[in-house]
Ligand binder design. Structure first.
Ligand code: GRF
Length: 218
């Protein structure tokens, strides 16, 4: 069975949606560890409630970025992690981890990439006045939100949206497509060809404006 390692920095609602999707049987996988850079992350409490080991690793306790990500990679490998999930991990991941887990690290970003990468994707969309927004699950490469796109979901953006109202609409879709991307991976249905991710099976799986699947936990 696929073993997941989750990295999160904050409230962990995406982490929770993955836990729920495993517990409901939607994804066949287990989560062996939560690694966080933030000792106050609510994600730690979520881990505790579901018997997932939490580890706090703060970058400032390491000599440099390389040492930090080397250690994270070690902790993941030690537990047999096959897929690394960035669920609101608010850092650009270092090469020491990417090289060991090439095309085996997934991130969720709250915008339709390549628009609005980096921090506050939702606010960037509101300020720009875009009328369609959404979220993207992608594999992680060395860039900032630049890796191959796995699944995107779109939502409308209205002229009177605030960062909060748009974020809430996008978050609902995050909680659907992130577990779904992990499910596809766990079933061996994802392959990467250059910038493109190929999903074996139904073509509709890659267009998720109205997702054609059902996730019983959401
Ligand atoms: C989400 O909006 C996600 O897209 C972004 O960070 C936020 C994390 O939220 N990468 P949560 O911690 O999963 O609730």
């Amino acid at each position: 069975m696929l073993t997941l390692g989750v990295l999160a920095s904050g409230r962990g609602s995406n982490f929770q949606s993955i836990i729920d999707s495993i517990e409901s049987g939607f994804i066949r996988a287990k989560i062996s560890v939560l690694i966080t850079d933030n000792p106050n992350a609510y994600a730690i409490e979520r881990a505790g409630k579901h018997n997932i080991e939490p580890i706090v690793l703060k970058p400032k306790d390491f000599p440099d970025k390389n040492a930090y990500y080397f250690r994270i990679a070690e902790e993941l490998e030690k537990r047999g992690v096959g897929l690394v999930i960035l669920a609101g991990f608010m850092r650009v991941v270092g090469k020491a981890l990417i090289n060991k887990y090439r095309n085996r690290i997934m991130n969720i970003h709250p915008a339709l990439l390549p628009s609005f990468p980096g921090l506050h994707g939702q606010k960037q969309a509101v300020d720009y006045g875009t009328q369609i927004s959404g979220c993207t699950v992608h594999f992680v490469d060395e860039g900032m939100d630049t890796g191959p796109i796995i699944i995107q979901a779109a939502v409308p953006a209205y002229h009177d949206d605030t960062e909060e109202t748009l974020s809430e609409r996008i978050l609902k879709q995050e909680h659907r497509i992130f577990p779904y991307a992990i499910k596809l991976y766990s079933e061996g249905r994802l392959s990467v060809d250059g910038r493109k991710v190929i999903i074996k099976g139904s073509r509709e799986d890659s267009v998720l404006i109205n997702p054609p699947y059902s996730n019983p936990s959401h």
